[in-house]
Ligand binder design. Structure first.
Ligand code: AMP
Ligand code: MN
Ligand code: MN
Ligand code: MN
Length: 287
């Protein structure tokens, strides 16, 4: 019987709302066989996720979702099957976490000029001392009643042209793919449909990515329509990229994005997990 894969998920180690063990328990309950925990710019959830996965017999691919600045835009590159002890990767992610903290201070300052007080402190409380991101600001602003939901916070405050926006200064594509490869992982372009790139720009990204040693693209994503998945499946085929599947699950109660309940890959795709049986997955370990 074929296995059920979900290779893009978040926990409280970044901007998800379930702890890694809660996420693993939910994945197991949903019938997921192989899960990748891919928190933004951190490996902190992987050790407890591995212990929980071992306890329920779920296979965990240690993962990460790295923030990248490419062509003056922010894109996300997923690393799958990474060795968490790899120093190049750990150092690179430490730099991004430090940048996130500085960026959050600037976002807080900009929001205070709009009359929104103590947003940095509020967002930091939501992040619970872990990695801080825009989602934590969104949760704070909703809690304070400035807007009714997180999507609206992004629309009115946190995207380009809005008061709390800060242009990203993340890792280069070369660095991100390099860290993932150094750690023995597979680099995957996350949710290509989210970037609203022209065909030419997306093909340019794919070209550079492949040149750097990237191997996969997310074809089926919680962020994609059926038509988008089919389009990216074709891009994968034409560019000899492996195809990945991930919900981008962050929290319960988002009906669009269910953990482990995505469409199947089109049959002409080569799944990213094709060789995983042969090459034993690395385990997430501490240190
Ligand atoms: P950051 O990496 O801190 O800039 O935050 C990016 C995260 O914000 C994404 O991973 C999503 O979880 C969330 N996000 C981005 N855009 C939106 C949106 N329009 N509505 C809700 N959440 C969003
Ligand atoms: Mn997120
Ligand atoms: Mn993303
Ligand atoms: Mn994600």
């Amino acid at each position: 019987m074929s296995r059920r894969y979900d290779l893009h998920t978040h926990s409280t180690a970044s901007d998800g709302t379930l702890t890694p063990p809660e996420l693993i328990a939910l994945a197991a309950a949903k019938g997921v066989d192989v899960l990748a925990l891919t928190d933004h710019d951190t490996l902190d959830g992987l050790t407890s996720a591995q212990a929980a996965a071992d306890a329920v017999g779920l296979i965990l691919s240690p993962g990460v979702e790295i923030s990248v600045t490419w062509g003056r835009r922010t894109i996300h590159i997923i690393g799958l099957g990474i060795d968490c002890r790899n120093q190049a990767l750990r150092d690179g992610l430490a730099g991004l976490s430090a940048y996130r903290y500085r960026r959050a201070e600037v976002i807080g300052h900009r929001l205070s000029r709009e009359g929104i007080e103590r947003a940095f402190e509020g967002a930091r409380a939501f992040s619970n001392g872990r990695l801080i991101g825009r989602t934590h600001f969104a949760r704070f602003l909703v809690q304070q009643g400035y807007v009714s939901n997180e999507r609206e916070v992004f629309r009115h405050y946190l995207v380009k042209g809005k008061p709390g926006h800060v242009a990203g200064d993340w890792a280069s594509l070369e660095a991100a793919v390099g860290w993932i490869r150094d750690a023995g992982g597979q680099a995957v372009i996350a949710h290509p449909g989210r970037y609203c790139f022209t065909r030419a720009k997306l093909l340019r990204l794919i070209g550079e990515f492949v040149e750097l040693g990237g191997v996969g693209i997310e074809v089926v994503s919680g962020n994609h329509t059926r038509d988008e998945s089919l389009l990216f499946a074709r891009y994968a085929q034409e560019n000899h990229l492996l195809a990945s599947v991930g919900s981008d699950f962050h929290r319960l109660g988002n009906p669009q994005i269910g953990l482990g309940s995505m469409a199947l890959l089109p049959s002409f795709c080569t799944p990213i997990w094709t060789d995983w049986e042969a090459q034993r997955l690395p385990r997430a370990v501490s240190g």
